[in-house]
Design a protein around this ligand. Structure first.
Ligand SMILES: CC(C)(COP(=O)(O)OP(=O)(O)OC[C@H]1O[C@@H](n2cnc3c(N)ncnc32)[C@H](O)[C@@H]1OP(=O)(O)O)[C@@H](O)C(=O)NCCC(=O)NCCS
Length: 150
């Protein structure tokens, strides 16, 4: 298993990035300026994009594992890698997600806690309605982890 930092031709990972964020123009808002990590075992399993939002804050913008490879631990390995990578770069790692209990409890296992909510983010920024587990995505729920105490 190897996690590589990708600096060139990031668009070739678009199929996987679209699993976590289903509109390309939204992905392009952060793909160029973000750091892209790709986990191979030995083939590509998981990608993740992290941005530096200000001097103290990094943000995990996208994480996705190919459907047939999910629940094998690759996403967890990627999150742990990103947490270690961001230590020393910033104090806080943020991430925004839909109001979905499965996803929220997945992140909370690593120590992420509730930060804030951006009301109607998915309704205002996407050109189509999106659903997760039969429920329309509306608000973006932000979670955060304090890296200085990890
Ligand atoms: C979330 C995701 C990256 C986790 O990757 P993974 O390689 O399956 O992660 P792991 O095997 O380490 O952990 C699996 C856990 O993810 C949870 N999970 C969270 N969101 C999930 C989703 N949308 N689909 C499937 N499992 C999900 C599972 O319940 C499981 O929890 P458990 O460990 O308590 O049983 C992966 O499920 C995925 O790519 N989902 C689709 C894209 C997405 O929703 N990305 C997050 C956007 S905020």
């Amino acid at each position: 298993m190897e996690i590589k930092t990708i600096t060139e031709d990031k668009e070739r990972f678009m199929d996987l990035l679209l699993l976590a964020d289903e509109q390309e123009n939204m992905i392009r808002r952060y793909l160029d300026r973000g750091e892209l990590f790709a986990l191979y075992d030995p083939d590509l399993k998981t990608v993740c994009v992290v941005t530096q939002e200000d001097a103290n804050t990094c943000e995990l913008k996208n994480i996705a594992t190919y459907e047939k490879e999910q629940c094998k631990g690759y996403g967890s390995l990627m999150i742990k890698h990103v947490i270690e990578h961001c230590k020393g770069k910033c104090d806080t790692l943020l991430l925004g997600t839909g109001d979905n209990d499965t996803t929220l409890s997945f992140y909370k296992k690593f120590g992420f806690i509730y930060s804030h909510t951006v009301k109607d983010f998915f309704v205002d920024n996407y050109d189509h309605e999106m659903f997760e587990n039969g429920k329309q995505l509306r608000d973006m729920i932000y979670l955060k982890i304090n890296l200085s105490v990890q």
